[in-house]
Design a protein around this ligand. Structure first.
Ligand SMILES: Nc1ncnc2c1ncn2[C@@H]1O[C@H](COP(=O)(O)OP(=O)(O)OP(=O)(O)O)[C@@H](O)[C@H]1O
Ligand SMILES: [Mg+2]
Length: 283
C-alpha cells in the first residue's frame, strides 16, 4: 500500500447477517491522504455500509479476499480499536449522537473513555469547541441547540480525539443551506490545519462538487471514481443511475440546447461566470 493512501478497499464484499444478497459485491477504491472524497449513490446503494466498514463497525464477509487498509493498518477484528482512534464518523441525525448532559460533557465523552486527565481534557474540550465556533455554549444543554449547532458539537466531539480521517455520513442533510455552508467551511478549514482526510457521503451534488475526488456507487458496485469536473460531465451516466447533476452543469446543458456551447475545460461556477460575462450575450 502506498504511504499516500489513507483508505484502500480491495475486492471488498459485504453481506448483512440476515440477508442472502451481498450489499457490496467487489468494491475497490483508494482515498488519498489529506484529500476530500465524496461518495455518491442512490438510497440503499451501500454508502453507509462502506463508512461503517472503514472504521470497523462492520467487517467484510469472512472467507472472501476482501481487504480494507486504513492508514497502513488492515481492518480486522483484532485492531478495530486502533482503527476507531484514527477514524471518526459524523452521522446524519445529530440528536442520536448526544451522550452528555451539557455540550462540554458531551464533547469530553470520548476523552473520558480514553482516560485523559481532567485538566488536559478541559483544555482540549475548550479548544475544539472554539474551532467549531461553539465555545460559548459549553454549559448549554444539547437538546436546546439548533440542528446546525448540534452537528458542530458532534464534529467537536470527534475532533477532540484527534482522528486522522473524518467521515461525514450525510451530516449536513438535515441542515438548511446556510447551516450546511457553515459546517463545510469548518471542515475545509480543519482539513488544511490538521491535514485531515475527509470522506463525505452526500446526496447534495453541490457538496460533492467541492471534493477532490468523487466515487460513484450503484447497487453495491463502484462504477466510477474521478475528479468532480469529470464525473459531473457524465450527465447521461448519472441520470441513468438516478442521480442529479450540479446546477453549473445543468446550466451548461441548457445553454448548449439554446445554441451557446461552453468549452469542455470550463466547468466550475467561476469559470462559467467569467466565460458568460465576456460573451456579452444579448438576452
Ligand atoms: N442492518 C442491516 N441489515 C440488513 N440489511 C441492511 C442493514 N443496513 C442496511 N441494509 C441494506 O443494505 C443496503 C445498503 O444500505 P446502506 O445503508 O449502506 O445504503 P446507503 O447508500 O447508505 O443508503 P441511504 O442513501 O438511504 O443512506 C440497503 O439495501 C439496506 O436495506
Ligand atoms: Mg446511508
Amino acid at each position: 500500500m502506498s504511504n499516500n493512501n489513507a483508505i484502500e478497499f480491495k475486492h471488498v464484499k459485504f453481506t448483512y447477517p440476515d440477508s442472502k444478497k451481498a450489499v457490496l459485491k467487489d468494491v475497490n477504491f483508494v482515498v488519498k491522504k489529506g484529500s476530500w472524497t465524496s461518495l455518491i449513490g442512490h438510497n440503499g446503494s451501500g454508502k453507509s455500509t462502506i463508512s461503517k466498514l472503514i472504521n470497523g463497525l462492520l467487517l467484510p464477509d469472512e472467507n472472501s479476499d476482501s481487504k480494507i487498509t486504513v492508514l497502513g493498518t488492515n481492518v480486522t477484528a483484532e485492531n478495530i480499536w486502533d482503527i476507531r482512534e484514527k477514524v471518526g464518523i459524523v452521522f446524519q441525525n445529530p440528536d442520536n449522537q448526544f451522550v452528555g448532559a451539557t455540550v462540554g460533557d458531551d464533547v469530553a465523552f470520548g476523552l473520558e473513555n480514553r482516560g485523559v486527565p481532567r485538566q488536559e481534557m478541559i483544555k482540549i474540550v475548550r479548544n475544539v469547541l472554539s474551532e467549531v465556533g461553539m465555545l460559548e455554549y459549553i454549559d448549554s444543554e444539547p437538546a436546546n441547540l439548533s440542528g446546525g449547532q448540534k452537528q458542530r458539537i458532534a464534529i467537536a466531539g470527534i475532533l477532540a480525539v484527534e482522528p486522522q480521517i473524518i467521515i461525514l455520513d450525510e451530516s449536513t442533510s438535515m441542515l438548511d443551506p446556510s447551516g450546511r455552508k457553515q459546517i463545510l467551511k469548518i471542515i475545509i478549514e480543519l482539513m488544511k490545519k490538521k491535514q485531515l482526510t475527509v470522506v463525505s457521503i452526500t446526496h447534495d451534488i453541490d457538496e460533492a462538487n467541492m471534493a477532490d475526488s468523487v466515487i460513484v456507487l450503484n447497487d453495491g458496485e463502484i462504477i466510477d471514481q474521478d475528479s468532480p469536473v469529470k464525473i459531473f460531465n457524465k450527465t447521461t451516466m448519472l441520470k441513468q443511475i438516478g442521480l442529479d447533476i450540479p446546477f453549473t452543469n445543468k446550466l451548461i446543458l441548457a445553454l448548449d440546447k439554446s445554441g451557446v456551447s461552453v468549452p469542455q475545460n470550463l466547468r466550475t461556477k467561476d469559470e462559467l461566470k467569467q466565460y458568460l460575462c465576456q460573451l456579452n450575450l444579448k438576452i
